[in-house]
Design a protein around this ligand. Structure first.
Ligand code: ADP
Length: 650
């Protein structure tokens, strides 16, 4: 267990993709309940000008005027971070003017490292500002968990901050409140500069305002001395940010404010010798008392601190909670060997070493892009007798999507399929796989098109014993996608396109290289070429057993008489994980509210299970759903699930 957990590239799991409501979320939900006052925030919000409806999700944080929530567009499923400001909080003209200014300024900004401003609207009680959703919160949250960051990480973040800030200064805008909490981090660990509440147009020195309304976190001496705020003042804040990331505390922190201000005015702070010489030098340049002596943004990037040290191209998500290891450890070499065993032949082995090299250099993003390029639904077929890959008969054309579906709204992150190696970008047609996708799509589409509107799920519930995924772990940046079924079978769909299941007896292994083909092995007696894969399968099983919690209260069954079930395809978007099995079982897990939809066929009848935010499941016959309808909440999720499924046809 420890082996998987301590690897530098921590896998994305059903746990860290917010499968479990965090204590803080629960706390904030409670707080929310008490502080909403007269204008109760509704769950579904409509922008009457555009007609778009949004579903309000969890609280992301609170600011000066606003509360920030996850917001998803009910039609497209796109998730935003929505700042919601009650009109009562900005009732004074100067308060309203401040918000208007922030909106006007932010909406004109377009840069890779600036939080994107999507839209703004109002209703009678609130102002809504829809921003790019940064799911990994901010650098302040990361530093809180980490205490200090390594120099390569600091270079990684600072480069992006400088890029965003350079753009801002080119637009003649000063941020004036650069701090860790305003550097937002996306799902892919990219940094985005945000919060333009104190930002202002750059004025010539003589007409600069001498004060700022609001309290910037890292006040520079010239602002304390009422000489106004210039580009150099943002560089000062950057120096404070760099210092804080490397040492875990800000440079000017004393027990009383008067003393802190004196230290700032004199630019008096300590630089511990634990910092590298280039880091010390760069910080002291940025924290020069005289603004004119601070480096320009371009010279920051050409400083020795950047040119003489390694900057990772990407950071692993494990860096949110633990220090990265940029050197390969003996454990990694073990996995290197195990992985080489999986990939067999010399050429494939070389390709796999290349893959490992990429991940070692933290270039996971490139790897994920490679995975994205896999042609799903058109995997290569291997002749099991000869081992030769050849084309299967052309598959039937995919069923056309319903007119109202919005396929572009699925923002795919990563996917994998049985029979498709992550190393091969070309694929051939496979009619069998397509017929599974088609069958499920048809059933879902029929339901969506014919189901009437209703308040809730039909009363008539059914008991069932079908298998569903209770835990999952995405380790496709190295090995593959693992999951545990409700009967405790553990499956892994490896990046090389093969699948292995470890049955509940923890001895029997089922191996499949393509749909409809399954051979049985004993885990204890596994030999080459299966040994590496079996070892990894066992680690996945151990990892999930030890680290992950079940995803809902749906019944757990152990019925050995069931035919073998294995994952055909999986796909992750920015909102949900989709899994499709060989028997047509189709499951979609939504990350943000932990809801799940499972569609399966049992005794010639389709059943749909819905696991709600409280992890409580309801199973109904699909025919009952078609006759009686369901809530808008479930319908929207079914719609999104259908759209995800349709991605398999692209
Ligand atoms: P303030 O201006 O007081 O920092 P904001 O209203 O900008 O507050 O944001 C409040 C909180 O909402 C932030 O601290 C952060 O936790 C969260 N938040 C803001 N913007 C985003 C975003 N784009 N993505 C994710 N979370 C965000």
């Amino acid at each position: 267990m420890a082996l998987l957990r301590t690897l530098s590239h921590q896998p994305v799991t059903s746990k860290n993709m917010s499968e479990r409501p965090k204590a803080a979320d629960l706390r904030s939900k409670k707080a929310e309940h008490h502080t909403h006052g007269p204008q109760e925030l509704s769950r579904i919000v409509t922008d009457f000008k555009t007609g778009r409806c949004y579903c309000r999700g969890k609280l992301l944080g609170k600011g000066g005027f606003a509360k920030c929530y996850e917001f998803s567009d009910l039609v497209t499923g796109k998730v935003y971070a929505a700042k919601i400001i009650p009109h009562t909080r900005v009732s004074k003209p100067h308060q309203r003017a401040k918000i208007d200014k922030e909106i006007e300024l932010h909406r004109a900004l377009h840069h890779k490292h600036i939080v994107h401003f999507y839209h703004h609207f109002e209703d009678k009680d609130h102002i809504y500002i829809l921003l790019e959703y940064c799911s990994r919160r901010s650098l302040a949250h990361i530093l809180k968990a980490r205490k200090v960051l390594t120099e390569p990480e600091v270079r990684y973040y600072l480069r992006q901050i400088v890029a965003g800030l350079k753009y801002l200064h080119e637009q003649e805008i000063l941020h004036r409140d650069l701090k860790l909490g305003n550097f937002f981090i996306t799902e892919l660990m990219e940094l985005k500069l945000g919060d333009f509440g104190l930002a202002a147009k750059l004025e010539p020195v003589e007409s600069r305002r001498r004060t700022i309304c609001g309290t910037p976190n890292y006040l520079p001496p010239e602002v304390l001395n009422k000489q106004g705020h210039g580009r150099e003042s943002d560089v000062w804040a950057l120096g404070c940010v760099m210092y804080t990331m490397l040492l875990g505390r800000p440079p000017f922190e004393t027990t009383n404010l008067k003393e802190t201000y004196r230290c700032i005015r004199e630019a008096r702070y300590t630089l511990p010798s634990t910092l590298s010489t280039p880091a010390q030098d760069l910080i002291s340049g940025m924290l020069a008392r005289n603004p004119q002596q601070r480096p320009l943004l371009d010279s920051i990037l050409s400083h020795d601190f950047f040119t003489q040290g390694f900057t990772p191209a990407r950071l692993s998500i494990s860096c949110c909670v633990s220090s990265p290891n940029f050197q390969r450890s003996p454990r990694q070499s073990f996995f290197r060997k195990a992985a080489a065993a999986i990939f067999g032949g010399k050429r494939d082995k070389e390709k796999y070493y290349h893959t490992l090299k990429l991940s070692k250099e933290e270039d996971i993003h490139r790897l994920q892009n490679d995975l994205k390029r896999i042609t799903i639904g058109t995997p290569p077929v291997t002749d099991t007798a000869t081992g030769v890959r050849h084309s299967a008969p052309p598959r039937p054309p995919p069923t056309p999507p319903p007119p109202h579906e919005v396929r572009d709204s699925i923002h795919m992150i990563v996917r994998g399929a049985l029979g498709t190696s992550c190393n091969s970008s070309e694929g051939v047609e496979d009619g069998t796989m397509a017929s599974v996708v088609d069958g499920v799509a048809r059933v879902l589409r029929d339901c969506l098109e014919n189901m009437p509107e209703a308040e809730s799920i039909p009363k008539k519930k059914v008991g069932s014993t079908f298998l569903w995924v209770t835990k999952w772990v995405d380790y496709s940046n190295k090995y593959g996608f693992g999951y545990q079924l409700s009967d405790h079978t553990v499956g892994v769909l490896f990046n090389n396109g093969t699948h292995m299941s470890l049955l509940p007896d923890r001895k029997t292994v089922h191996y499949s290289a393509e749909l409809g083909n399954c051979c049985v092995l004993s885990s204890k007696e596994a030999k080459e070429p299966f040994l590496g894969q079996v070892t990894i399968l066992e680690y996945f099983a151990h990892y999930m057993e030890e680290n992950l919690m079940d995803g809902g209260n749906l019944s757990k069954v152990t019925d050995v008489s069931k035919p073998c079930l294995y994952l055909l395809q999986w796909l992750k978007s920015d909102r949900a994980l989709m899994m499709l099995f060989n028997n047509g079982t189709f499951q979609v897990n939504f990350y943000h509210d932990h809801t799940k939809i499972i569609l399966c066929c049992e005794a010639q009848e389709y059943l749909l299970s819905y696991i709600n935010e409280e992890r409580v499941s309801t199973t109904v016959r699909l025919s009952a759903l078609i006759n009686n309808g369901c809530s808008a909440h479930l319908r929207e999720r079914m719609h999104y699930a259908y759209n995800m499924l349709m991605q398999l046809c692209t």
